[in-house]
Design a binder for this molecule. Structure first.
Ligand code: F6P
Length: 468
């Protein structure tokens, strides 16, 4: 293990562990390393850990820049980046975490042909075990007696169990930011692997989820697969991460956002309504059916032609995986098809942006008349919480019932079944025609519900509960 940038062994009393850390590095052609801090609610929530001498965030080096930073001993105080060998990391991250566990929890398999659990899978699983063991060792080496360790997500599902064996004195929490699969779907996994994953998480003192629904699904898997006493040694917690209102409002009123708003207004044209979506191009986000619903709206309700623009921001994600590259291409193809079918000289029905630009996302949030958030399945979905907080004139939210955020926001949103394209097209029409007073009232309620548990509180609540 490389020493942390301070060069000294630490005895941290609060530790966070996650695959992706709060900072990443890129290596320029001139050999210069540039660092970039990640954004988003998760990073801001976990950042409540602070960077004091007694805190440590353990993460993995992800790209060449990160690995070079570790080699050179470059880093931030309070962050320990593990340079796990590249082959192991790739097999664990792409081969298991993203291609198996993500698919299981988001119900993404096309089951007539997949999944196939063969020898290749077993080799990748061994890499996943090694990768989890590296985290467990690093945490065990750095934690002070009785320290609190908060382990994040499906990448590190085995860490609580492994760490418990190495350091029985620690307070260990695990947090799943994804949904949890229903038991029949979870059992697609080979039986020994399903049991190993559950035992891994049950090594924690507390195993936590974003909603009651995911917590219950986990509990059911544990009891059905491991037996009636499975949950005896672990408390199950629910902490629904909210939007960071203060940060978002301040950031959304900086000059770079105003510039992006002006550029977007040019693209939208005068007197048109906007339907906004902002996602990573992630299989679970359901961008393709969103575009199909928009096409159906324009086909079946011609009164909307020339009067609405769909701002669809779909930022590349997990492009190492062919299925993600294909999906990204399909999103672009379909957006082009809608524009070819309906576009006119002065009107582009879909404005698709694929280059990640946070200021432009905030600009779109501010301009949104309608927010479209229609995931197949989503742990929470912070975009659904952020848009109502930031939108200038209030927005109507079309929200999938399968997003964790629906548990808190559903009452004030227009609910859709994400697979029902006709239903989603109708919901878009309802949202576009919502009377102004109603829209304002609902936006206020959405913003209130969305900010009930700000990221720092979300983190500190977990810490307090773990120490209790
Ligand atoms: O959004 C759910 C989540 O599990 C986050 O907690 C995590 O940061 C992200 O997905 C993983 O995405 P990536 O593969 O881009 O790091």
């Amino acid at each position: 293990m490389a020493p942390d940038p301070s060069g000294t062994p630490r005895a941290a009393t609060v530790l966070v562990a996650s695959n992706r850390g709060p900072v990443s590095y890129t290596l320029g052609d001139d050999g210069e390393l540039t660092s970039r801090r990640g954004g988003g609610g998760l990073v801001s929530g976990l950042s409540a850990i602070g960077s004091g001498a007694d805190t440590l965030w353990v993460c993995s080096a992800l790209g060449e820049g990160d690995r070079e930073a570790v080699r050179r001993g470059v880093g931030e105080p309070g962050v320990l980046m593990l340079a796990i060998d590249e082959e192991t990391h790739t097999a664990a991250y792409n081969g298991i975490a993203n291609s198996v566990l993500w698919f299981i929890h988001h119900l993404l398999y096309q089951t007539p042909l997949e999944p196939v659990f063969d020898d290749g899978f077993r080799r990748r699983w061994e890499a996943y075990e090694r990768y989890n063991a590296s985290f467990a060792r690093a945490l065990a080496d750095r934690a002070a007696t009785g320290a609190a360790v908060l382990v994040q997500d499906y990448h590190l599902a085995l860490v609580p169990g492994l760490l418990r064996q190495l350091r029985p004195d620690l307070r260990i929490g695990h947090f799943s930011h994804t949904p949890w699969a229903p038991v029949d779907y979870f059992r697609l996994l080979p039986d020994d692997i399903a049991a190993q994953l559950l035992r891994g998480l049950l090594g924690a003192d507390r195993t936590c989820f974003l909603t009651r629904r995911w917590a219950d699904a986990f509990g059911e898997c544990a009891v059905r697969i491991l037996g009636p006493d499975a949950l005896a040694g672990t408390r199950i917690g629910v902490h629904g991460l909210g939007a960071d209102a203060a940060f978002l409002k301040e950031r959304a009123h900086r000059p770079d956002v105003a510039e992006r708003m002006a550029a977007l207004r040019e693209q939208i044209g005068p007197d048109r309504k906007t339907i906004v979506r902002v996602d990573r191009t992630e299989l679970s986000k359901n961008i393709v059916r969103g575009l199909l619903a928009y096409r159906q709206l324009l086909r079946t309700r011609p009164e909307w032609r020339e009067r609405v623009v769909h701002l669809a921001f779909a930022y590349p994600s997990r492009q190492d995986l062919a299925v993600y590259r294909d999906y990204t291409a399909e999103v672009a193809r379909l957006a082009g098809e809608v524009n070819d079918e309906f576009g006119t000289d002065g009107w582009t029905p879909v404005v698709l942006h694929v280059r990640d630009d946070f200021a432009r996302s905030l600009a779109a949030y501010r301009l949104a008349d309608v927010a479209l958030v229609n995931p197949i399945r989503d742990g929470m979905n912070l975009v659904a919480k952020e848009i109502p907080v930031v939108s200038d004139a209030g927005c109507a939210l079309v929200l999938s019932r399968e997003a964790g955020a629906h548990e808190e926001l559903g009452e004030y949103a227009i609910t859709v079944n994400p697979y029902d394209v006709t239903g989603t097209a109708d919901a878009l029409h309802t949202a576009l025609t919502m009377p102004e007073a109603e829209r304002t009232r609902r936006t206020g309620e959405l913003a209130r519900a969305a900010t009930a548990l700000p990221p720092s509180r979300w983190f500190l609540d977990q810490l307090e509960a773990l120490r209790a």
